[in-house]
Ligand binder design. Sequence first.
Ligand code: 4AD
Ligand code: MG
Length: 465
Amino acid sequence: MTIVSVKQALAGVQAGQAVTVQGWVRTRRDSKAGLSFINLADGSCFAPIQIVAPATLANYESEIKRLSAGCALRASGTLSPSQGQGQAFEIQASAIEVTGFVEDPETYPIQPKAHSMEFLREVAHLRPRTNLIGAVARVRHTAMSAIHRYLGAQGFFWVNTPIITTSDAEGAGDMFRVSTLDLANLPRTPGGGIDFGKDFFGKEAFLTVSGQLNVEAYCLALSKVYTFGPTFRAENSNTARHLAEFWMIEPEIAFADLDADATLAEGFLKAIFQAVLDERMDDLAFFAERVEPSVIRRIESFVREPFARLDYSEAIRILEKAPRKFEFPVAWGIDLQTEHERYLAEEHVGRPVVVMNYPEAIKAFYMRLNDDGRTVAAMDVLAPGIGEIIGGSQREERLDYLDRRMLQFKLDPAHYQWYRDLRRYGTVPHAGFGLGFERLLVYLCGLGNIRDAIPYPRTPGSATF
Ligand code: 4AD
Ligand code: MG
């Protein structure tokens, strides 16, 4: 017996032959004619395959008739053309081996019906068995692979940057502290509390908020690089767009300015979206049917249409003239809020827009000061339906300017000596950006909440699984 995946079986690989498929039961239906139809999924593709189990199977009464959602089995039989609607092939089973029953079918959380997303987050270990979370996991994989493929083909090198760090890469102060605790001998403060001290072997250390500063060093040697890994933000924002732990992809290019950065961002996003259209249409069709009707159209137009580009100052003028009121008042100098970003992308331009050259006071210390002295060479890519998905900039490559900005942001230059070195030894104009990978997935899958774009969401108060 050849073992095939459900995806291969549905495509007719080994049609007419004896094959084995393995997976988890979605549904079982018994016909009057003394047959059972079992829908079996193994996650290899969106659809399950139908197993036709005849009453002549040795374990038909004892086991097959007990199968319920979630049971695991191996089915062997002939891969045959199916009479059933919507599927080309099915398995005419000659043997079914049940490897695991569901202990208490009534209380098994993943019943064959629609569940609320809130409920599914409470069973994060079982939710990948649902259509929706399974599809998100496959799209996540495809998008991640497409990123590596695209950047690799463009001559970028993937650099692995550290998770534990002493520098605050964004200078925003939203970091988690790292502690080395000997749980048996917790150090005590004089008051009896736990003394967390400076705990990374006598130093103060944090979980990284971004790999950018580290990857800049590699950029100034390998020219085109990117880092892609988990990043951590201790901002206490309990919203549908924020996670405390999220994955970020950060490309960095040497001898490049903000325009080159925006061009890279556009080509990069389009390549990912195209890959998902090419490889995951079955999952996208499900999102369009059940989650967000416009999702496929949105992705297609994202790939087709050139992004708009807008200066921040121009964006402010547009917002000031907008025919509707915003909750957060608009004036030059404000940080754009989601409502502003969405107005610009959705109502004003109607497609993704790159907003460039923000006021220097609201952007990170490492961004390059423009000649006007009041804006920096920063860009955000705003997408309809979500707002900011990419944030990037041309970096300040002039040491004296960088020092002044660190001073202005009250950052301790002692923590950034190595970063300053990059400006002392062979500095060049360079630029890069960060893409929040889960924000991208929210967009690709039409999700309402970023917590469903990552297998195990970390948000204020939730780190259970
Ligand atoms: O705009 P941010 O903070 O930029 C940086 O971290 C730069 N170092 C990037 C760079 O230039 N290399 O974050 C980049 C992106 C945002 O556009 C957003 O998509 C995402 O990361 N992001 C979050 N995603 C989920 N949860 C959060 N709390 C996020 N904060 C930022
Ligand atoms: Mg940002």
